[in-house]
Design a protein around this ligand. Structure first.
Ligand code: CUA
Length: 391
């Protein structure tokens, strides 16, 4: 009785586990297809130790089966008659101590060089990475003076743009709690710890978009603290850098009077600049008005040049079911204006946050009218050009 139910339950659990495992391989985070040199080294070690474990597992399972069959009690056996006992058998004890020791020593020897190689500094540029609740900021030291806060330097969010083949050094900081930086196809994880600077290196052997996530539980929207590496050919990367500078210059240009853009900019000045910066126009608290908190939210100077917003939770541009970008009749990418508008209207509805605790966007649904939102969208669309996408 009940066996049918038990069998059904067991099947359901198995099916659930299978789905879960399949889910791991089909999501955007994919550790099974390493692209960067560092990720490939880690993957090689993982596969080797995995296959060794499979070998040990098969050997143990086979031995158990053989022993069960070979030494099973026969009907003619005297139940009080014990088979020969091997406790204290020196040969057996030494054998089953030495084999696992040899396996572990072997694993240690082949792992150590990779551990040291991963800690090595790369020969490429350094990018500053800052984790905070719940998004990632990336700063580029354009004039290479070792300082990331000059007027010339570029600050962006969500998209970590790097050139293909370059060993990029990351200087990882946290502005609040412990986060962890992970783009599985490019390298392993590295924690972002307040008060500390952690160094890490990533590289990619091919252009593409590689997805990453914060992998240290950091509060309400930990799961929504995503990012992506946009890996570009060298020439495209240079084009991106120039585009960022051009976007900054364009953002400082005056807007046409009485336009929707100008109306949007005026709303931006009322509602947004206490958290968001636009280089050269609405500056951060550090460089300007000390009453402002500006700088705690993404720098929006080149907003439209990013493929994603809201901690890389939403796409800035429309994609089809295969995640291919859709282009309009003019050949340009189509802005996900409905998504961006809804985000500005009521962000906490799309991404759990604690704006009252300086964590995340406020709910503006009772503050901004439909007309206000349209004007704000018109202004935001002036900030930066289309992203440079990998070929
Ligand atoms: Cu940041 Cu989890």
């Amino acid at each position: 009785m009940g066996t049918r139910f038990a069998r059904g339950l067991r099947l359901a659990v198995l099916a659930g586990v299978a789905l879960l495992v399949v889910g791991c391989a089909t999501g955007q985070l994919d550790a099974t297809k390493p692209i960067g040199k560092e990720a490939q080294d880690i993957d090689g070690l993982m596969r080797l130790s995995g296959w060794m474990a499979v070998g040990v597992g098969i050997f143990v399972a086979a031995a158990v089966v053989v022993i069960i069959v070979k030494f099973r009690a026969k009907p003619t056996d005297d139940p009080d008659d014990l088979p020969p006992q091997i406790h204290g058998n020196r040969k057996a004890e030494i054998t089953w101590t030495l084999i696992p020791t040899a396996l572990l020593v072997f694993l240690t020897i082949i792992t150590l060089p990779t551990v040291f190689a991963l800690a090595r500094e790369g020969d490429g540029r350094t990018i500053k990475v800052e984790g905070q609740q719940w998004w990632w900021q990336f700063s580029y030291d354009v004039n290479e003076d070792g300082d990331f806060d000059d007027a010339a330097d570029i600050v962006t969010a969500n998209d970590l743009v790097i050139p293909v083949g370059e060993e990029v050094n990351l200087e990882i900081h946290s502005n609040d709690v412990i986060h962890s930086f992970w783009i599985p196809q490019l390298n392993g994880k590295r924690d972002a710890v307040p008060g500390r600077v952690h160094h890490w290196r990533i590289s990619s052997t091919e252009p593409g978009i590689f997805y990453g996530e914060c992998v240290e539980f950091c509060g309400l929207s930990h799961a929504n603290m995503q990012m992506r590496a946009i890996v570009l050919e060298e020439a495209d990367f240079e084009r991106w850098l120039e585009g960022q500078q051009a976007g900054r210059a364009a953002a400082a240009e005056p807007l046409a009077e009485d336009s929707a853009e100008a109306a949007g900019a005026s709303l931006f000045e009322t509602h947004c600049i206490s958290c968001h910066v636009v280089d050269g126009v609405y500056e951060s608290a550090a460089g300007g008005n000390a009453n402002l908190l500006a700088g705690i939210a993404p720098n929006l100077t080149n907003l439209m040049s990013r493929t994603a917003f809201a901690g890389a939770l939403y796409e800035t541009y429309v994609q089809d079911a295969d995640r291919e970008y859709v282009r309009g009749p003019d050949g340009k990418l189509i802005v996900n204006i409905a998504g961006l508008r809804e985000w500005v209207r009521n962000a906490p509805d799309l991404k759990p946050a604690r704006a009252d605790n300086l964590q995340g966007m406020l709910d503006f649904s009772e503050v901004l009218t439909d007309q206000d939102l349209d004007n704000l969208m018109a202004y935001l669309r002036t900030l930066g050009n289309e992203p440079v996408l990998p070929r």
